[in-house]
Design a protein. Structure first.
Lengths: 108, 180
């Protein structure tokens, strides 16, 4: 389940989180902040079923992209995107917009 | 001829830093907050305009992608700078540095419009490299040290990594185009 969230609408955020309760209940939720043209932290270890949420606290839009398997589309300023890890392995991802922005998910 | 064109573009970009250093107005000769707000908005708008020219002139995918990024990122930064100025009740104030920037931008636009199709990409990217380096220098030496309001200073500090990333991106494209 992948979705974009709007931080400017806390009420909708609450509704969205409530609706995604089934996903969060199935695994842990982890947050990665995008700021200063970096993914922070840039390496995260998770388990299958965990939900990763990227929050863009930067001044410019970003993406979370890994080849053709993971593509967030544009994550605007103060927006979020989340992804549920479905299989074990290492995922090296980038921001399509900014060469040099890299991150790694280790799914155990 | 190519050398002359590149030199003009580079000098006009570097003049940003020189102008910032020479047109001091408040703390230790630096610009005040309304002037800084005007410089930030002007500097962003200049790169948005150059990006739009590149989008219409270049046929190179790397150059097009870079121009897209400049347009989108600088528009995003300008929106937040304008929102912050409004929130703080700061009315951006025109000043010698902004005017110097605008003069340099006009010369750059003239050069880009005159550049032959085969020379456009290098002319655009070479200027982008020089311009972003000049903006970084201005952030470090003038804008951050001069800003008095903490939120304005914070915004400028927060935009610095994006400018540094743009510089790296421009250098990467410059290298693929075969250097200067």
């Amino acid at each position: 389940m992948h979705r974009h969230l709007d931080l400017g609408l806390p009420l909708l955020l609450g509704v969205a989180l409530a609706l995604s309760g089934d996903v969060i209940a199935a695994g842990k939720a982890r947050e990665i902040v995008i700021e200063g043209i970096k993914f922070v932290p840039d390496r995260v270890e998770i388990a299958v079923g965990d939900t990763i949420k990227w929050t863009n606290r930067d001044l410019v839009p970003h993406t979370v992209t890994q080849g053709s398997d993971i593509e967030s589309g544009t994550i605007d300023v103060n927006k979020q995107w989340e992804y549920v890890a479905r299989k074990k392995g290492e995922i090296d991802y980038i921001c399509r917009f900014h060469p040099g922005m890299v991150g790694k998910l280790v799914v155990k | 001829m190519k050398f002359a064109s590149t030199t003009i573009l580079t000098v006009s970009a570097v003049m940003f830093g020189v102008a910032c250093a020479q047109t001091g107005m408040s703390k230790a000769g630096g610009p005040n907050d309304p002037q800084i707000a005007h410089i930030v908005v002007t500097a962003n708008q200049i790169d948005i305009d150059a990006g739009k020219v590149a989008k219409s002139r270049s046929r190179n995918k790397e150059v097009q992608a870079f121009a897209d990024r400049m347009i989108e990122d600088h528009m995003a930064v300008n929106k937040q700078a304008s929102d912050l100025a409004k929130k703080l009740g700061v009315k951006p104030e025109d000043n010698a540095t902004s005017q110097s920037l605008a003069d340099g931008a006009r010369k750059n636009m003239d050069n880009l419009r005159k550049a032959a199709d085969g020379e456009f990409d290098k002319a655009y990217i070479n200027h982008e490299v020089a311009y972003h380096q000049a903006v970084l220098d201005a952030i470090d030496k003038t804008l951050v040290p001069s800003a008095q309001n903490a939120e304005l200073k914070g915004l400028i500090q927060k935009v610095r990594p994006a400018i540094a990333a743009h510089l790296d991106h421009a250098k990467m494209v410059q290298s693929k185009l075969g250097g200067m």
